[in-house]
Design a protein around this ligand. Structure first.
Ligand code: ADP
Ligand code: MG
Length: 153
């Protein structure tokens, strides 16, 4: 299904969903990570990168805008656009060039880069539910829907 929902009672569950995404991921995907501060967007990326075999730290790109990784034969770029005061900064910072055919791009605060940010193949929305979180995944392109199929339910 192009829509899937996961209950994430604790941080370990968010990381596990990241690991599940890692198993399904392929080159050429742009994934938006949507949710408030502290929703678990960076935690999800941490779980994803660790499952791909990344050994070092996974820093939040809040101040650097982008953290690049080469892992498991993927060129993966983790963005955080939170600090943008104007979406033109996306162009000024030259971030467009990262969205190449073979890249995997994971973007926190995608709204801050619109309308310049390339379209998502998949959106992950994280919201609070009690002390935990709920993740809603939505495939928004053919590639994104194929990703959703591979993730399973
Ligand atoms: P964001 O990048 O969305 O601002 P972070 O991943 O940096 O959020 O921080 C999320 C915080 O919430 C961390 O303290 C993390 O341990 C915690 N957290 C992550 N997932 C869950 C969850 N499913 N339930 C409870 N706490 C979580
Ligand atoms: Mg973050």
């Amino acid at each position: 299904s192009p829509e899937q929902q996961f209950e994430l009672p604790d941080e370990a569950a968010t990381r596990a969903l990241g690991a599940r995404l890692a198993k399904a991921i392929a080159p050429g995907l742009t994934i938006y990570l949507v949710g408030d501060l502290g929703a678990g967007k960076t935690t999800l990326v941490r779980g994803l990168l660790e499952a791909l075999g990344h050994k070092g730290a996974v820093k939040s790109p809040t101040y650097t805008l982008i953290e690049p990784y080469t892992v498991s034969n993927l060129n993966l770029y983790h963005f955080d656009l939170y600090r943008f005061t104007d979406p033109e900064e996306f162009i000024d910072a030259g971030l467009e060039e990262y969205f190449a055919e073979q890249s995997v791009c994971l973007v926190e605060w995608p709204d801050k880069g619109q309308p310049f940010l390339p379209a998502a193949d998949c959106e992950v929305q994280l919201t609070d539910q009690g002390t935990g979180r709920i993740a809603r995944l939505h495939g928004s392109s053919l590639k994104g829907r194929e990703l959703m199929e591979r993730i399973g339910s």
